[in-house]
Design a protein around this ligand. Structure first.
Ligand code: NAP
Length: 339
């Protein structure tokens, strides 16, 4: 599998990253190990987790994902794997289970507490990429970057990254790091798929100009782009079915953002396009994600080896200009870059 550099750092990772967000919720430990093993055996060396996983959050599940990943990692050659995790930060009301008492922030206390917890659960001395899961704009970047720099100097973290960050935050953090001589965010982990092209508005340009890599998450829109929601009924056991049928208000809102008339129409058109080129639509969506110059590694999710296969089939695949233009036409009314 092709390897790509994270920002201007020394880290080079596989172009597909295995996300672990549902390990410990939709998947038990054994099935999670099998999915991670399959990915690893097929060239994936980059794994993404977070202190708040699994999703959806439940108080009794908290930290289960890092614990599972840590157990799995123990049986592997640590040097052959690049491990990414995240400190939660404020969360802005999204999916934040009680990881620590009180309101979490990106201050020294919370980051220090978080990294020690993650290292312990992951059973390792260091994480390769440490990310701030949500920005803490009211708090600013000085203390956050100062403590993250300390972690780099102490060898607990190799490289740092942001997530769910804005244009303003990305530039502000970069400028703060430069002015104070601190470690810089080499990556940004945001939502990016054919069904959500907002990243192309301005963040893509910032990434190119500032040498920051996007690690896109939800490349098949959490399962929607597989076409499984296009049958006129909600698929059994699938993420957004559970969200829509559950009692979490935030989850219902999120599900409707992903599964709606417009997204299903785009998906139907993409399914036709993929079929006409003899390709699985999941493979098409993941390949499209990888094919952006500002993307380093596309973070996929899978709840079984069967689900994983079409995503991994996108490795080393390059879509033709004809297919790319057809995708642009299908998603033309999505947020699109200016000019
Ligand atoms: N930084 C953040 O805030 C953030 C947010 C979200 C995700 N992430 C990261 O990105 C990773 C991937 O996110 P994601 O899970 O949303 O990615 P995704 O690849 O868009 O969606 C994966 C989900 O789609 C379904 N699926 C996958 N392959 C399929 C197939 N071949 N056929 C039918 N359904 C299929 C599965 O859900 P069902 O079986 O339930 O349908 C699977 O869990 C996460 O694990 C996490 O590491 C980060």
């Amino acid at each position: 599998m092709e390897k790509r550099r994270l920002g201007r750092s020394g880290l080079v990772v596989s172009e597909i990253c295995m996300g672990t967000m549902t390990f410990g919720s939709q998947l038990e430990e054994k099935a999670s190990f099998e999915v991670m093993d399959y990915a690893y055996d097929h060239g994936v060396d980059f794994f993404d987790t977070a202190e708040i996983y699994p999703v959806p959050p439940k108080a009794e599940w908290v930290h289960r994902t890092e614990t599972i990943v840590g157990k799995w990692l123990k049986g592997k050659d640590r040097d052959s794997i690049l491990l990414a995790t995240k400190v939660v930060g404020p969360g802005h009301g999204w999916f934040v289970p009680p990881v620590r008492k009180g309101k979490t922030a990106l201050d020294r206390h919370h980051i220090r507490t978080a990294i020690e917890g993650s290292l312990c659960r992951l059973q390792t001395d260091y994480v390769d990429l440490y990310q701030t899961h949500w920005p803490d704009h009211d708090f600013g970047y000085e203390e956050t970057l100062e403590v993250l720099t300390e972690l780099v100097e102490e060898g607990k973290v190799r490289v740092i990254g942001s997530s769910n960050e804005t244009e303003w935050g990305t530039m502000k953090a970069n400028q703060t790091a430069k002015e104070l001589g601190l470690a810089r965010y080499q990556t940004i982990q945001n939502n990016f798929s054919i069904n959500n092209r907002r990243f192309e508005d301005a963040l893509a340009d910032i990434c190119r100009r500032e040498g920051i890599s996007l690690l896109p998450y939800s490349p098949i829109a959490g399962g929607v782009l597989s076409g499984k929601y296009n049958d006129g009924q909600l698929p059994e056991g699938a993420r957004f079915t559970d969200y829509l049928k559950g009692d979490g208000e935030r989850q219902k809102i999120m599900a409707k953002r992903f599964v709606n008339e417009k997204s299903l129409a785009t998906t139907a058109a993409l399914m036709q396009l993929a079929e006409s080129h003899g390709m699985d639509v999941v493979t098409l969506a993941v390949a499209w994600s990888k094919q952006h110059d500002f993307v380093a590694s596309t973070i996929i999710g899978a709840n079984s080896i069967e689900q994983l296969k079409p995503s991994l089939a996108a490795a080393d695949l390059k879509l033709s200009d004809e297919i790319l233009q057809a995708i642009d036409a299908i998603s033309a009314d999505y947020p699109y870059p200016m000019g």
